[in-house]
Design a protein around this ligand. Structure first.
Ligand code: CP
Length: 309
């Protein structure tokens, strides 16, 4: 396989195993080329438009750096209030307009389903950079790439996803992507922030074993990969509920005394206080390496989406 079957990247469960392999292989090739100091021109003459209606550091900057590493150019809206969305323009009309300016569109938006709505308004590829509490598929792909680099494999691993599993689009997409493999999940969340049942049902239907717990210590003892997430203040309607839950899990260096040998600790970032900073020096603390992996993965996705069948 040399092409993706569709132009848009909207959900992590849209990909076949062959497509995931293609994305991983393409990213590896780009990482190797960058490490060798090669100057690439695969997207020369092409323009990426990044439309970010929610805050971002990693996703926006790594998509823009990826496009520039491919020899392409970038036009960007970094916040909704600086675009005509602030005047009441619909997403449909914005995308119809940007269709005339760019070859590829990357969208982050607060509404679940916004990326799919955007994709319906244009023939240009639309890549979902996060749609509210829905999905974040390009993050899941860089997370898989990170697991493969850190652990050397994904098959047979016990993977713990911890924190705000209800609202966390990264964990929604990652669980669905990893369900393509022989993994075992530990979902670690307070009662109020459990993984949505539809996702639990979907991964179980693919034959993946799921254990749900509120005990982060159990995850530290059992996991090969511990994926921490932030409690998402911006998704709570009631600030007092956020205040009750915001310190539910704080991973400390002392807790890692009980970790399995070779534990990888991941986090999509930004972190607030759910990983103490003294964990950063732990050999398996992979979260900043994980953020850097956004470049080769997003180079692969831009090129493959642009060249999709
Ligand atoms: N991981 C992630 O989505 O980070 P940003 O919000 O900084 O893009």
């Amino acid at each position: 396989m040399t092409k993706l079957s569709r132009k848009d990247v909207l959900r992590s469960d849209q990909f076949s195993k062959d497509e995931i392999d293609l994305i991983m292989e393409t990213a590896r090739a780009y990482e190797k080329a960058l490490d060798a100091g090669e100057v690439l021109e695969d997207m020369r003459g092409k323009i990426l438009s990044t439309l970010f209606y929610e805050p971002s550091t990693r996703t926006r900057l790594s998509f823009e750096a990826a496009m520039q590493r491919l020899g392409g150019q970038v036009i960007s809206v970094a916040e909704a209030k600086s675009s005509s969305a602030a005047k009441g323009e619909s997403l449909h009309d914005t995308i119809r307009t940007v269709d005339g300016y760019a070859d590829v569109i990357v969208l982050r938006h607060p509404q679940i389903g916004a990326a799919a709505e955007a994709a319906a308004a244009t023939d240009k590829p639309v890549l979902n950079a996060g749609d509210g509490a829905g999905q974040h598929p390009t993050q899941a792909l860089l997370d898989l790439y990170t697991i493969l680099k850190e652990q050397g494999k994904v098959e047979g691993l016990t993977i713990a996803l911890a924190g705000d599993l209800k609202n966390g689009r990264t964990v929604h997409s990652l669980a669905l992507l990893l369900a393509n493999y022989d993994v075992r999940f530990l979902f670690v969340a307070p009662q109020a922030l459990h993984m949505p049942q539809a996702i639990v049902d979907q991964v179980k239907a693919q034959g993946v074993e799921v254990q749900q717990t509120e005990d982060l210590g159990e995850a530290v003892r059992q996991a090969d990969v511990l994926y921490m997430t932030r409690i998402q203040r911006e998704r709570f309607e009631d600030p007092s509920e956020y205040d009750q839950l915001k310190d539910a899990y704080i991973l400390t260096r002392a807790m890692l005394a009980e970790a399995k040998p070779g534990l990888s600790i991941m986090h999509p970032l930004p972190r607030v206080n759910e990983i103490a900073t003294d964990v950063d020096e732990f050999a398996g603390a992979a979260y900043f390496r994980q953020a850097a992996n956004g470049i080769p993965i997003r180079m692969a996705l831009l090129m493959l989406a642009h060249n999709a069948a």
